[in-house]
Design a protein around this ligand. Structure first.
Ligand code: NAD
Length: 353
């Protein structure tokens, strides 16, 4: 049995997360997968019930679950300088070291390119992002008004584990190809260490092919001809930019799911924010949250050797493909007139019939 936490988040999180849970429940029932769902307060609901946007009960319960769904947090609207209103740092707290972001085009959804099917892995605990690399203080400082210094942290352990996660995912895909993106000729030590660890791990996966591309050239190739890429692994800041570029290739935010993975647990989290401008109207696109949930099932299935979870993930993917191809229930951002719950209904129907 799997234990999965459900954290709705704020604004449209309250609409899209329940659709993802319904879809996952339908797929689990079809595949004989037992799941103990644990709803937990986070964000505004956490503050209303426990006086904090990240209540201790949520943190304590998450320690004992296999993974969780995390809806978007409307943190930009939180009161400033009040420590009970924070953007919950779950990624850092649970050492979820890689952000996995698939980029997939659909024939009938407007996009810059067709036949794109890439999974990006971005290392998220080190690199240049100051919040990730420091325990106290930040990764940037300004000794005087004319100079600002930022640092970048790359470790063998961080590089090795994200590379290994990339090969594990590549193994589950048809093309089994991993591309490491870096800039070793310039950043000889930092990118050099990342590249070395990727090569070491590649040698342990003879069933997968491996190549390396420099980040500037890769950014261009992604725009001009993204189709050959399968699994792409890169460091934090390069990944931050490339994953958004990837989402832009196939239709933008509504189609950008994500999974943050650690050694033991994973968090399903769509790329989009809480979209307060459309919240409460049942028009938000639930695709990204549903497909993030699908990724959680797939990851747990492989990690815990649970074929029923792998099967449930595949079932959700096939159902979503069908709903998108039929284009009857699509939400406004995808060119349709459907609703959040209507799209959830359609995916559930495609799973159960
Ligand atoms: P946003 O992603 O919420 O919205 C940007 C635009 O995309 C809006 O026009 C919105 O209506 C649209 N959009 C987003 N998701 C959509 C969906 N599923 N279906 C249809 N349209 C969708 O970004 P923002 O407006 O910059 O931020 C809003 C709030 O979300 C802020 O408080 C921000 O801090 C927060 N945020 C949270 C996360 C997170 O928790 N992971 C990520 C980004 C932003």
């Amino acid at each position: 049995m799997l234990k999965i936490g459900v954290l709705n988040g704020d604004d449209i999180g309250l609409e899209v997360v329940p659709q993802a849970v319904r879809v996952m429940q339908a797929a689990a029932a079809r595949c004989g997968l037992t799941v103990d769902w644990q709803p937990l307060p986070i964000g505004r609901s956490g503050h209303e019930t426990h006086g904090h946007t990240m209540p201790q009960v949520t943190v304590d319960t998450l320690k004992a679950v296999d993974g969780w769904l995390q809806g978007p947090i409307g943190h930009n609207a939180y009161p400033r300088s009040d420590s009970t209103w924070i953007n919950p740092p779950l990624r850092k707290m649970f050492e979820l070291f890689a952000s996995v972001k698939p980029v997939k085009s659909y024939p009938n959804i407007a996009s810059i390119h067709k036949n794109v099917d890439i999974v990006f892995l971005r290392e998220v605990t080190e690199g240049m992002q100051s919040g990730s690399v420091t325990v106290a203080g930040t990764g940037e400082f300004r000794p005087n008004d004319d100079i600002t210094i930022g640092h970048r942290v790359i470790t063998r352990r961080g590089s090795n584990r994200v590379a290994r996660a990339a090969f594990e995912i590549a193994r589950t895909r048809a093309r089994k190809r991993v591309t490491a993106v870096h800039k070793e000729p310039v950043f000889r030590l930092a990118c050099g260490m990342f590249a070395e660890e990727c090569r070491k791990v590649a040698a342990e996966y003879p069933d997968c092919s491996f190549d390396e591309v420099l980040v500037d050239g890769f950014a261009m190739k992604l725009v001009m001809a993204p189709q050959p890429y399968d699994v792409v692994v890169t460091t934090n800041q390069f990944g931050d930019i490339l994953t958004d570029e990837g989402a832009g290739l196939v239709g933008g935010l509504g189609l950008a799911p994500g999974l943050c993975i650690g050694d033991r647990q994973a968090m399903a989290q769509a790329t989009h924010g809480s979209a307060p401008d459309i919240a409460g109207r049942n028009i938000a696109n639930p695709y990204a949250m549903i497909m993030s949930g699908k990724m959680l099932f797939a990851w747990l299935g492989h990690q815990r050797a649970l074929p029923a979870a792998v099967e449930a993930a595949a079932l959700i993917e096939r159902a979503m493909d069908k709903v998108i191809a039929q284009a009857i229930a699509l939400t406004g951002d995808l060119g349709g007139q459907g609703t959040t719950s209507g799209m959830g209904d359609a995916v559930v129907a495609a799973i159960t019939h």
